[in-house]
Design a protein around this ligand. Structure first.
Ligand code: SF4
Length: 304
């Protein structure tokens, strides 16, 4: 369960692996409005300007949780957008207050990473900020444009490489089904995503993380409207698995330490392992899932 100190504005989101982190709001909402995303639609983006007030929240957490805080996750949708000085000051303060702190992380958009110089990213890493979670969604520039992600395969590659260079860990989240049910577009989405995974590989072997999720179309989003008008037609569950198969199939066989995980509730199959090492096994499981629909997680158990 997350550690909270009453500083959050609903709705609140965080990556599944941050289920036990102290959540500290430094922004509210997200800077973008991707067509598929309903997460922060009810919020107008803002940055918390009063740093002393945020520090007070961090201090209250110290009084509330003692030395039990091991992870801090900076909220909200795109907290990495704030200036390097602020990230550094707040990260350092977290370590001052929480003696057992091991990890400080946030959601980040590729543009907000590449806008920061290598020196600034290094200073952020040196302050103890350890990891970014990046909604990559696709390696296909056309898909990225259509969903208004505001970035490209080249920028995502650069962002990942800049993070490794600074010493910040990278977790990239892809979105199966985002190209819709056109077989050619779906295939391109999968193959370009594999290409991007290959390009995002760190130059030296360190753990990095790739997690595909499956698209759910939520009321209130632009994609919902596109679906209603027939402009966007969703993939079947078989197509989703075929996309996942191709995405893995086209990744390089020599990737190292790529922790691959599809255990998010939106997915039809659970895969967890190292991408190159377990590639054959992953493909076998997906092949079985394509042939046997009863192996797939049923829709009522998927968080749609
Ligand atoms: S950047 Fe992420 S959180 Fe923000 S609108 Fe897009 S998908 Fe949603």
């Amino acid at each position: 369960m997350n550690q909270v100190v009453g500083n959050l504005v609903d709705p609140v989101f965080r990556p599944p692996s941050e289920w036990d982190a102290l959540l500290i709001a430094i922004t509210n909402g997200c800077t973008r409005k991707c067509t598929f995303c309903a997460m922060y639609r009810s919020k107008t983006f803002s940055i918390r300007k009063d740093i002393e007030e945020i520090k007070k929240d961090i201090k209250i957490a110290g009084a509330t949780y003692g030395n039990r805080v091991r992870k801090v996750f900076f909220e909200d949708g795109n907290a990495f957008v704030v200036k390097p000085e602020i990230l550094i000051e707040l990260t350092e303060y977290c370590y001052t207050i929480h003696p057992n702190l091991k990890k400080v992380s946030a959601y980040a958009h590729a543009k907000d990473i590449i806008k920061k110089s290598d020196e600034d990213l290094k200073r952020i890493a040196d302050s103890g900020f350890t990891m970014v979670y990046v909604g990559v969604e696709s390696g296909d520039d056309e898909v990225l444009k259509a969903c208004k992600k505001g970035t490209t395969q080249d920028e995502l590659t650069l962002a990942a490489q800049k993070c490794y260079k600074a010493g910040i860990s990278w977790s990239g989240i892809f979105l199966l089904g985002l190209a819709g049910n056109d077989p050619e577009k779906s295939r391109k989405h999968a193959i370009e995503s594999a290409k991007l995974i290959n390009r995002m590989a760190p130059p030296t072997p360190i753990n990095w993380y790739i997690s595909p999720l499956t698209l759910g179309i939520t009321p209130g989003t632009e994609l919902w409207t596109q679906k209603s008008t027939g402009e966007f037609q969703p993939c079947s569950s078989t197509q989703i698995l075929e996309e996942l198969y191709m995405m893995i199939e086209y990744t390089a066989d020599d990737l190292q330490k790529c922790i691959f995980n599809t255990n998010h509730a939106s997915n039809y199959l659970n895969l967890k392992g190292e991408l190159s090492r377990d590639k054959k096994q992953f493909l076998k499981v997906i092949e079985n899932g394509i042939k046997n629909p009863n192996m797939r997680r049923p829709d009522y158990l998927r968080r749609l």
